[in-house]
Write a protein that binds this ligand. Structure first.
Ligand code: CP
Ligand code: NVA
Length: 314
């Protein structure tokens, strides 16, 4: 059972709740592998509002709900009245009367916060311009599978844009004791409010949080190298400009040499080969990267069961 109604940010979870989600996700993954039925959300419906594209998020939430014995509704803003200007606060109250939970992917983080404020049902952040918590929790699960249950003292180097992924990874590392270093070009550093909150979280676990413009410093002895696209959804018009600015912030064979010999490479996907990651590095680490993609399913099933279930875990 989580103490919050919604999952909007990893910052809102306690250290123990992060641990609970990961352990429960591992149990659900094992049950699915063994063919053991786990209809924890029988008869329940999840609404899924998308104002941006998605492959992984849509399919993993939708199949995850099915595997939990419930159903999911894909709601595009092209079809919803929200797309024609119906207020969020009205949509939130109406959908609360039909649904048992809702997942939202949108631009402004404030929209998800407003939605959650007016909704009586759990609201899950499925990516905003500011945060992508479901992905970062998934990344923790994937690191546990490859590096062992105790994450304390590992080093993650995030190389690229100080974007939604960098923010959620910062919180994820802070909550689990992973030393986090972000290397970004000047002017593309992570949000300072997020940094302050992540440092407060890190004080609880002993993690260190560092922001630098120096890729070498970040990659040195890293146990996990992480990157994400240089131009996120909504930044399409900045694409060409960003390609020049980010050129050195790429995960490639040279950067990998600086990291620990057994270093993992993770990417939330979709990847742009030749931009933030080279094809050879992605393919050499495909096992880890596609485990990571699969784990969206298991992690989100745990989140949904914990937030939407009648019989909470344990
Ligand atoms: N990583 C991720 O969220 O992928 P999608 O945009 O395909 O959902
Ligand atoms: N930073 C990327 C993540 C995609 C999963 C974006 O927001 O487009």
């Amino acid at each position: 059972m989580l103490s919050c109604k919604d999952l909007l940010s990893i910052h809102d979870l306690t250290v123990e709740e992060v641990e609970e989600i990961l352990t429960f996700a591992q149990e659900l993954k094992a049950m699915q592998r063994a063919g053991i039925e786990h209809h924890l959300l029988e008869g329940k419906t999840l609404g899924m509002i998308f104002e941006k594209s998605s492959t992984r998020t849509r399919v993993s939430f939708e199949t995850g709900m099915y595997q939990l014995g419930g159903q999911a509704l894909f709601l595009s803003n092209r079809d919803l009245q929200i797309g024609r200007g119906e207020p969020i606060k009205d949509t939130a109250r109406v959908l609360s009367r039909y649904l048992d939970g809702i997942m939202i992917r949108t631009f402004e983080h404030e929209k998800v916060e407003e939605f959650a404020h007016y909704a009586d049902i759990p609201v899950i952040n499925a990516l905003t311009d500011l945060l992508h918590p479901c992905q970062a929790l998934t990344d923790l699960l994937t690191i546990r599978e490859h590096k062992g249950q105790n994450l304390k003292g590992l080093k993650m180097a995030y190389i690229g844009d100080g974007n939604n992924m960098s923010h959620s990874l910062m919180f994820a590392c802070a909550k689990t004791g992973i030393d986090f270093v972000a290397a970004t070009p000047k002017g593309y550093e992570p949000n300072t409010d997020i940094l302050v909150n992540a440092k407060a979280d890190a004080a609880e676990t002993g993690a260190t949080i560092t922001v630098t413009n120096d890729v070498t410093e970040a990659a040195k002895n890293a146990d996990i190298l992480y990157t994400d696209v240089w131009a996120s959804m909504g930044q399409e018009s900045e694409h060409d400009k960003r390609m020049k600015i980010f050129r050195e912030y790429q995960i490639n064979a040279d950067i990998l040499k600086l990291a620990d010999k057994r270093a993992m490479v993770l990417h939330c996907l979709p990847a742009h080969r030749g931009e933030e990651i080279t094809d050879d590095v992605l393919e050499a680490h495909a096992d880890e990267i596609f485990d990571e993609a699969e784990n969206r399913l298991h992690t989100q099933k745990a989140i949904m069961a914990l937030l939407m279930g009648d019989h909470h875990h344990h």
